[in-house]
Design a protein around this ligand. Structure first.
Ligand code: ADP
Ligand code: ADP
Ligand code: ZN
Ligand code: ZN
Length: 751
């Protein structure tokens, strides 16, 4: 290998998904940005080829024993991959973690803050552990460090006007004649026909709050020993004293109706013991500092003047500064990570890496501009550059032209999506891209047009005096029958206003978000949209057989692979190998099923069709309507049988949109629908939104994308800034007026 090749990651003959023998070189220790229409093959190169191979190589370093616990990564389809370094994927997956995971714990800032309190806090209390709500030494004993306490909603738990026989106890597990019901009644020989309101105080206490005790009870001809507990006592111990978020979703759903939640009565939400809360630095205790916005916290920390703690203060301010730099100064350290948005989660992960000391790593980002207002994109760029300057290779999938501009190298994938993509149409500098004549290059040069002829609203939906999170007594009228875009810098309050307040009042609205669709590996676009049902009927009618035959989930399934089309072969400790099923050749159906045809095609042939091809093939009215809807949202290139689990967040959002398109008179709410969309795809999206509005619907969109904002009928701009410096409506009106609105940052970027 030549010396100069060491400076590049070299990919030869990549063929994952739609890639057509792609070969390219990615410069190391530089920023390379992949762009191109959605479905063109960016992820197939970056995630399915580069990241997958790096992960696989990394796994090979571990012992056989450890490897059995690692995710199994098959070797990507490519002739050769050279000079890879360790890859770290910084994606938009939300940070889960339950109520014990906060911004402070996940960024490792909280431990430093605790250390600071243990060194200089007054009065002096003890070790850093004393300030941790995750540590038995520090946690509030009444809420176990959760900060909230749950109580039973008594009106939902017991009905005092009824007797036990009439079902006075409404908690789950106590249905009349159930095991628990029988035990509680027999243990104290309660009169099952007496209304609870007629019980003596002692009887009621025993029934509801009796402490656990062993009793003997006849059961099935024997005498058995059983533990009895008052019904409220038992429910409290079983559910309320534990962290509900760690229980199964089913349990949470069952229990939720009976409980109500409030701040902990003892620590008032601070999560810490009284000793910890009594300790202060410059008048603030640790809970107050954790509840302070990072932008203000960093100033307070800088004012602490204490020689002993100087190194601790330095490392604390360094990390806080990273949060400020990436535009998260409006968050607080005590914010629970599972309430952060996808974009915020990605930026938090980024901060973790900036504080780390890894070098020569390949960082891979998936549309890091998501959730960022144009004003803040430069901060993201600075962080990408910092990572590069530390000696790392930075690879970014991105559509935002302001991010693309800072790339050292650009790879434009296309020319179109799916089988009409999968090649590299341009490689080089930003200036070169503008002159390349590719879709991306051409769109970059287009000037922004502000919509002039805005639609007249048919009415309005009002939000009044909203104060949740940072909202400062917000009242706003959302016009109906038009396209409204809600915008503003990150943290200004857009999601709070729309997702929490507005949707709370209009639960009939249709929410089209980016969460995954389909729960099983067997769902695909055909099953999700209902096309499969009509197709099965058509096959059954044409061949005069039962339609169940044409389902790979039931009768028609290949018996060897159970309809999956692939067989997983476990090679003991090695990576499991996914092979096409030998019996059906990956077609998923039994041979006899594949003998039946519709206009010359088998059911397996149909599932291999792209939406575009299927539109040419089918004449069935319902099928054509559903296919057309998918085509309209820009999903022409996906095949009917592609597992939904392989779709990106943006594609999931569009497939949901496709299956909702035929409704009329509804309210649609979308959260950053341009995620994953190339500039040329955004035109399609706008057409769909306009079509929805023209059909009499109300469309409300949270967006930062200037192309979408400029085409709104009505803009609601939140701000002026994030967090406590936001939470107001700074502008309401049509695009032509926002450019003159003094307080609107968005207006400045549109003009
Ligand atoms: P991009 O990242 O540019 O949006 P992708 O690389 O995700 O595009 O997709 C390229 C093509 O490969 C698309 O047609 C997509 O539907 C298809 N594809 C992606 N992942 C899979 C998969 N796991 N199985 C089958 N097809 C896939
Ligand atoms: P945007 O959607 O404009 O980015 P958000 O509505 O998400 O803004 O946030 C507005 C403010 O409310 C921010 O200060 C944010 O930190 C805060 N906030 C949002 N969600 C929560 C939550 N679940 N708990 C506490 N604070 C929140
Ligand atoms: Zn408490
Ligand atoms: Zn099979």
């Amino acid at each position: 290998m030549s010396e100069s090749n060491q400076e590049y990651i070299v990919i030869s003959g990549a063929r994952e998904n739609n890639l057509k023998n792609v070969s390219l070189r990615i410069p190391k220790r530089k920023i390379t940005i992949f762009t191109g229409v959605s479905g063109s093959g960016k992820s197939s190169i970056v995630f399915d080829t580069i990241a997958a191979e790096s992960q696989r190589l990394l796994n090979e370093n571990f012992s056989m024993f450890v490897r059995t616990f690692l995710p199994r990564v098959p070797q990507p389809e490519a002739d050769a991959l050279e000079n890879l370094s360790m890859a770290v994927i910084v994606d938009q997956k939300r940070l889960g973690g339950g109520s014990h995971s906060t911004l402070g714990t996940i960024t490792d800032i909280s431990p430093i803050l605790r250390l600071l309190f243990s060194r200089v806090g007054q009065p002096y209390v003890g070790t850093a552990n004393m300030f941790s709500f995750n540590d038995p030494l520090g946690m509030c004993p009444d809420c176990s460090g959760i900060g909230r306490s749950l109580g039973i909603d008594m009106s939902k738990a017991v009905d005092m006007s009824k007797s036990l026989n009439e079902g006075a106890i409404m908690l789950p597990d106590y249905k009349v004649d159930s095991m628990d019901w029988t035990i509680i009644m027999q243990a104290d020989s309660f009169d099952a026909d007496k209304k609870l309101s007629d019980y003596s105080q002692a009887e009621l206490d025993q029934l509801l709050y009796g402490k656990a005790r062993k009793v003997e009870m006849p059961f099935g001809g024997k005498v058995i020993h059983i533990t009895v507990e008052g019904v409220i006592e038992k429910f409290t111990n079983k559910y309320i004293k534990r962290d509900l978020k760690t229980m199964s979703e089913r349990t949470q759903r069952t229990v939720a109706p009976y409980i109500s939640e409030g701040p902990c009565f003892s620590c008032h939400g601070a999560r810490l013991s009284q000793a910890a809360l009594g300790c202060r630095i410059n008048g603030h205790n640790i809970a107050e500092l954790s509840a302070m916005e990072v932008g203000r916290l960093i100033r307070v920390v800088r004012e602490i003047d204490h020689a002993v703690a100087a190194p601790v203060i330095k490392s604390l301010t360094e990390r806080l500064q990273h949060l400020v730099d990436i535009g998260l100064d409006y968050l607080t350290l005590d914010r629970e990570t599972d309430t952060l948005s996808g974009g915020e989660s990605q930026r938090v992960k980024m901060v973790k890496h900036l504080s780390g000391s890894l070098v020569d790593v390949t960082y891979i980002f998936d549309e890091p501009s998501v959730g960022l207002h144009p004003r803040d994109v430069h901060r993201l760029n600075e962080l990408l550059q910092k990572l590069r300057d530390k000696g790392n290779t930075v690879i970014v999938v991105e559509h935002d032209s302001d991010v693309i501009k800072v790339a050292d190298h650009i790879v434009d994938v296309g020319p179109h999506a799916g089988s009409r993509g999968g090649t590299i149409v341009y490689e080089g500098s930003f200036e070169g891209l503008l002159e390349s004549g590719t879709l991306t290059g051409n769109y970059m040069k287009r000037p922004l047009q502000l919509k002039q002829a805005c639609r007249q609203p048919s009415g309005k939906l009002s939000v009044k005096n909203a104060t949740l999170h940072n909202l400062q007594n917000v009242s706003a009228d959302i016009p109906t029958g038009v396209l409204t875009v809600v915008t503003g810098v990150a943290g200004s309050g857009k999601s709070t206003l729309i997702n929490d307040i507005f949707l709370g009042q209009h639960s009939d609205a249709i929410v089209i978000d980016q969460s995954a669709v389909g729960v099983s590996t067997r769902s695909n676009p055909a099953t999700y949209t209902g096309i499969m049902d009509d197709v099965r009927k058509a096959f059954a009618a044409a061949n005069k057989v039962n339609q169940g035959l044409f389902s790979f989930n039931s009768k028609g399934a290949c018996e060897n692979c159970q309809g999956l089309g692939v067989v997983y072969t476990d090679l003991a400790f090695l990576d499991s190998v996914k092979l096409p099923c030998e019996a059906c050749g990956g077609k998923r159906f039994k041979e006899e099923v594949l003998a039946y045809k519709l206009d010359g095609k088998t059911i397996a042939d149909v599932l291999e069709m792209t939406v575009e091809r299927a539109l040419e093939f089918f004449q069935i009215k319902e099928v054509v309507r559903k296919l057309q809807a998918m085509s309209d949202v820009g999903l022409n290139y996906i095949t009917l049988g592609q597992p939904l689990s392989t779709l990106s967040g943006g594609e999931c959002q569009r497939i949901k949109l496709a299956s909702e398109l035929h409704k009329k008179g509804s309210i649609y709410v979308m959260d950053e629908p341009t995620t994953g969309l190339h500039m040329s795809d955004i035109g399609h999206l706008l057409e769909i939104m306009n079509r929805l509005v023209d059909a009499g619907n109300t469309v409300i969109v949270i967006e930062h994308n200037l192309d979408v904002i400029s085409q709104a009928d009505w803009i609601i701009d939140m701000g002026p800034d994030g967090g406590s410096r936001g939470g107001q409506v700074v502008f309401e009106g049509p695009p032509s007026q926002i450019i003159n609105a003094d307080r609107s940052i968005t207006g400045k970027y549109l003009s």
